[in-house]
Design a protein around this ligand. Structure first.
Ligand code: FMN
Length: 362
């Protein structure tokens, strides 16, 4: 019998527990914690528990097809690996391992501006993708432009502009755990690439932030003027902003509270999803991330209007325990579980997952 890296960790809770033992405490604090009192982090999971599934029976489910299209490209499942910085801190294979795993699973993966590996190294590791580049605006637009041009040259097929980080959220537990997001953590995209500011500085009588915090909706025109790639806004939680993204002809939005790491008290991603998807889902593609752990979560999110569903921390747990091979195994077991859940709800195709699949628990 061949041994696989995640063998012996039958549940996700086991995987999380063992991952905690595999990475240094400071990295664990970085991965796991949320902002403030972690209300939004907890809310993400709690939101899924307010929905139940309404299975339909006797639907001939001998063949279940998870294939979907994301911005026109066929993928094997309506999932994506969310952008997460500094992956070599978690495992030496880092982003390259994750990219290979996602490519093998034919699942979309998104890579952060603050990746440990350079965007070119990631592209070389998994040349056929599909792969998107997540942009953190740099204080000078010329720097952002360089990153965008490099991503385009390296075959990234869309830009994901993260819009919920004009400044990092107040991450007390992460900092107490000894992990500070600053120039001390090595990144792969070059010494000129900087993370968002950790806090505003008091310059009496006001608090000041670096120039990347100056961005307004006009930045989208600037991005359009330098790239032909589709643009997706990540970190939308309000209907007003979703409408505005549609008016600016964005190709997609990720409804997200950044895994509860930014504004503590912000809505759970899943709670924000249904109204947004209903209003703009026919104009642009609506994705969601935050608290997605199991196949039933994926079904609920799809039923509430998401076109694809993002995975954050579980990917890092699998990476910590088994490197890229661990991520491959996690993705394949989640896809199999999704096929099981579809068979159990009488859905043969992703297109058959609709609002009638879920009901709100009174
Ligand atoms: C360790 C870590 C690092 C992250 N880094 C980034 C990043 O660089 N850019 C970004 O847009 N989002 C980042 N995120 C947010 C994720 O893309 C995603 O929104 C979130 O993790 C989803 O929630 P989940 O972890 O509950 O699945 C990060 C999340 C984690 C856990």
């Amino acid at each position: 019998m061949t041994h696989t890296p995640l063998q012996g960790f039958p549940t996700l809770a086991d995987l999380e527990r063992v991952a905690a033992e595999r990475v240094p405490d400071r990295v664990w604090a970085y991965i796991q914690t949320g902002a403030g009192e972690e209300r939004s982090l907890e809310a993400n999971r709690a939101a899924f528990r307010r929905w139940s599934l309404r299975p339909r029976v006797l639907s001939d489910v001998t063949s279940v097809d998870l294939r979907s299209r994301i911005l026109g490209r066929e993928v094997d499942a309506p999932l994506f690996v969310a952008p997460m910085a500094y992956q070599r801190e978690v495992h030496p294979e880092g982003e390259e391992g994750v990219a290979r795993a996602a490519e093998d699973a034919r699942v979309l993966s998104i890579f952060s501006t603050l990746s440990s590996a350079s965007l070119e190294e990631i592209a070389r590791a998994a040349p056929s993708g599909p792969r998107w580049f997540q942009l953190y605006l740099q204080p000078e637009f010329a720097r952002s432009r360089e990153l965008v041009e490099r991503a385009e040259r390296s075959g990234y097929s869309a830009l994901v502009l993260t819009v919920d980080v004009p400044v990092l959220g107040v991450r007390d537990r992460q900092e107490a755990g000894g992990f500070a997001i600053d120039a001390s953590v090595p990144t792969g995209n070059g010494p000129g690439v900087v993370p968002p500011a950790r806090a505003p500085s008091f310059r009496g009588p006001t608090y000041e932030l670096p120039a990347n915090a100056a961005a307004n909706w006009g930045i989208l025109d600037d991005l359009r003027s330098i790239s032909r790639l589709p643009v997706i806004l990540k970190g939308i939680l309000s209907l007003e902003d979703a409408r505005r993204a549609a008016r600016h002809s964005m190709e997609g939005i990720v409804v997200s509270n950044h895994g509860g790491r930014q504004l503590d008290g912000a809505a759970a991603s899943l709670d924000a999803l249904p109204a947004i998807a209903e209003e703009v889902g026919s104009t642009l593609e609506v994705y969601v991330d935050g608290g997605v752990r199991r196949a039933s979560d994926v079904l609920i999110a799809l039923a509430l209007g998401a076109k694809a569903v993002g995975l954050g921390r579980p990917i890092l747990w699998a990476l910590a325990v088994g490197g890229g091979e661990g991520v491959r195994e996690y993705l394949s077991s989640l896809s199999r579980d999704l096929a099981t859940a579809m068979a159990l709800t009488g859905r043969r195709q992703i297109a058959e997952i609709d609002r009638t699949l879920v009901q709100r628990i009174p």
